[in-house]
Design a protein around this ligand. Structure first.
Ligand code: FES
Length: 119
């Protein structure tokens, strides 16, 4: 048995990057990401990541999420480990996040969620 304590901070992540899309759908008509193309964006991101050969352990994982509590900026997605929040509009925005951030580690400045926008 090792005397070295485990350190979560030093452990490499199972995925190099993890992107979560809010897919929350409020059926009462209140604003939510699902009303702004979130499912289509999620599907596109997943397909693009797979097509680019980026999917899998040590690479990229694309996941569904419930409300991320930043609905006023929606639709939103967040990328870890950087903790970068994006507010996207259309398919080309998703493609740019995949190509620039998920593939090359370059944040897409023009799509950053305004820091003051929460729920
Ligand atoms: S509904 Fe998407 S962040 Fe709340």
């Amino acid at each position: 048995m090792s005397d070295t304590p485990s350190s979560a901070a030093a452990a490499p992540g199972y995925y190099a990057r993890h992107i979560f899309f809010c897919l929350n759908d409020r059926p009462n008509g209140e604003n939510s990401c699902a009303h702004h193309g979130a499912q289509e964006a999620f599907d596109r991101c997943k397909a693009q990541v797979k097509a680019a050969g980026l999917a899998g352990p040590g690479k990229v994982r694309v996941n569904k999420a419930g409300c991320l509590d930043r609905c006023a900026a929606g639709p939103v997605a967040v990328v870890y480990p950087e903790g970068t929040w994006y507010s996207y509009v259309d398919a080309s925005d998703v493609d740019e996040i995949v190509e620039s951030h998920l593939k090359n580690g370059q944040i897409v400045e023009r799509l950053l969620t305004p820091p003051e926008l929460g729920r």
